[in-house]
Design a protein around this ligand. Structure first.
Ligand SMILES: [Zn+2]
Ligand SMILES: [Zn+2]
Length: 178
């Protein structure tokens, strides 16, 4: 069994599924899902699949934990990631026109199973926030000496205002002489 072959990891048998709501739970190692190394914890998925005739609506909640570098203080931190997604499955390609193309897949009527591992992987990659902060109140690094202000202090702050005032004074002088 290949380590990064995600097929059969999160497979739902749909061949003889009855109409109505069905629920599933999956768990897989983040490694087996092909996620990057900062995803170190197992991935859990709760699925609700609603089948109505030739159409199915899948709703999934994906959750795990990952570690990141803080944008402000450059420290490692880890935190939970959770994201929901939904996907429509239809049998007729023409039916896809009624949906957002990112939210619909065509299933051949002869297909006996769907595998959601790739959708789960994509969902987690998109769930990573654009701004990564170890804490909302992270004080970051001192731009002058580089000390991590969350764990230490420095006296650079005391000197900074002086240079700012100098620049402002110069501006004022320049404009008053015009
Ligand atoms: Zn930080
Ligand atoms: Zn400093």
């Amino acid at each position: 069994m290949a380590a990064h072959n995600t097929s059969a990891l999160m497979r739902i048998q749909v061949g003889s599924l009855s109409n109505g709501v069905h629920t599933y739970q999956f768990q897989a190692a983040s490694d087996d899902l092909g996620l990057p190394g900062n995803f170190s914890r197992p991935v859990s998925v709760d699925v609700t699949l609603d089948k109505q005739g030739s159409q199915m609506l899948l709703r999934a909640t994906v959750s795990t934990e990952a570690s990141f570098l803080c944008d402000r203080c450059l420290s490692d931190f880890s935190g939970p990631l959770a994201q929901e997604y939904h996907m429509y499955y239809v049998s007729d390609p023409e039916e896809t026109e009624r949906f957002d193309q990112a939210e619909v897949q065509v299933l051949s009527p002869s297909l006996s199973a769907i595998d959601i591992a790739e959708d789960v992987r994509q969902t987690l990659l998109l769930a990573v926030p654009l701004k990564l902060l170890c804490s909302e109140t992270c004080r970051g690094l001192c731009p002058t000496c580089g000390v991590n202000r969350n764990v230490a202090s420095c006296d650079c702050d005391a000197r900074l205002p002086d240079s700012r005032w100098d620049a402002l004074r110069k501006l004022n002088n320049d404009s008053s002489t015009q």
